[in-house]
Design a protein around this ligand. Structure first.
Ligand SMILES: Cc1cc2nc3c(=O)[nH]c(=O)nc-3n(C[C@H](O)[C@H](O)[C@H](O)COP(=O)(O)OP(=O)(O)OC[C@H]3O[C@@H](n4cnc5c(N)ncnc54)[C@H](O)[C@@H]3O)c2cc1C
Length: 308
């Protein structure tokens, strides 16, 4: 049998798309390796519209509940299943999973998201979500009136610093090399703020603290001198790793592996494949954005299937 649509991913993008697909009566399979997506690790999420606060686990449970309530004649779900390959077979796509299953579909929606690149300094694991944070928009306001650091001198690092400057006591941006990768205009603007400082040529050696972050130890890579910076929060913006390995060679990706899309309709450069959320080359990464992008994709997939 051939599905109308296979959706890959059980985060906000995949879950939103599945609900819409069921309501539009598309013969759909949702393949989910884990429900909830990246923010399941968050203690509290304060910006999921319609819910003032909920934990990452609650968000995941809600996604599952909402999708499962729509399972029926049109929607099926394959849980705890990881996609390992997608190939084109004449006018359909074949989706293979780790457990050896194979499914066929007329269209594909990639909603496989991404993972944040982590820092490897001593104790970085121990303090994750205890002051060492991988999402400023999510947790930044918890650090109001505190001294914080941002690791990473790209656009994401500077944009995060700009957000933090609105309410933190001071922000120190720590950069690996001598030059910042971020756009000059952004750098200039952010550095004008008197609460802003930078440290260049730096390797982070250790995160310090008891229950929560209290500082970090870094080495100046030019001089070899080690120093300590006292901060209550460390925001890491050293890049993202999109979950797109399994479509490499089939779908055009950008230089960091994100799926290139047309933001008007979420189409990839391969007819029959759409993508939404953090696996795509969009600028902003939030649950509401991923869900919205997926809904836009679904509308377009529906139109495409019904006008073939
Ligand atoms: C620590 C942290 C906290 C965050 N907090 C917030 C917040 O408070 N508010 C907010 O709006 N945003 C937050 N974000 C950002 C937000 O989580 C992401 O923008 C959002 O999750 C992206 O959704 P997505 O569906 O595109 O991808 P993801 O959430 O990454 O979901 C991808 C899904 O695909 C599945 N998957 C991946 N590969 C495969 C495969 N091969 N086969 C099958 N399934 C696969 C994954 O298991 C997952 O279910 C946070 C991010 C991080 C890292």
């Amino acid at each position: 049998m051939t599905y109308d649509l296979i959706i890959i991913g059980g985060g906000p993008a995949g879950s939103a798309a599945a609900v819409y697909a069921a309501r539009k009566r598309l013969k759909t399979l949702l393949v989910v390796s884990e429900w909830g997506g990246q923010s399941i690790v968050s203690e509290q999420i304060y910006n999921w519209i319609g819910t003032p606060a909920l934990s990452g686990n609650e968000l995941a449970e809600n996604f599952k509940k909402h999708v499962m309530a729509n399972v029926g004649d049109s929607l099926e779900v394959s849980e705890a299943e990881k996609v390992v390959g997608v190939t084109k077979v004449e006018n359909t796509f074949s989706v293979k999973t780790e457990s050896g299953k194979e499914f066929l579909s007329k269209t594909i929606l990639m909603a496989s998201g991404s993972g944040r690149r982590k820092i490897t300094a001593k104790n970085a694991d121990k303090f994750e979500n205890k002051g060492l944070i991988y999402c400023v928009s999510c947790d930044g306001p918890l650090f109001a009136d505190m001294d914080v650091a941002v690791i990473g001198g790209g656009n994401a690092g500077f944009e995060s610093a700009a957000q933090l400057l609105a309410y933190c006591k001071s922000v120190t941006l720590i950069n690996r090399s001598d030059t910042f990768k971020a756009d000059e205009v952004t750098v200039e603007k952010v550095l004008q703020n008197p609460k802003m400082a930078t440290i260049k040529n730096t390797e982070i050696l250790e995160i310090k603290g008891d229950q929560f972050v209290e500082g970090l130890v870094y080495k100046n890579t030019a001089t070899g001198v080690e120093s300590e910076l006292k901060v209550s929060g460390i925001f890491v913006e050293v890049g993202q790793i999109p979950n797109t390995d399994f479509v490499k060679g089939l779908v055009p990706l950008d230089e960091i592996g994100r799926i290139k899309i047309n933001t008007w309709n979420q189409k990839t450069e391969v007819p029959g494949i759409w993508a939404a959320g953090d696996c795509t080359n969009v600028l902003y990464h939030q649950n509401n954005i991923a869900a919205g992008d997926a809904v836009r994709a679904l509308e377009d997939i529906y139109l495409d299937l019904k006008t073939r």
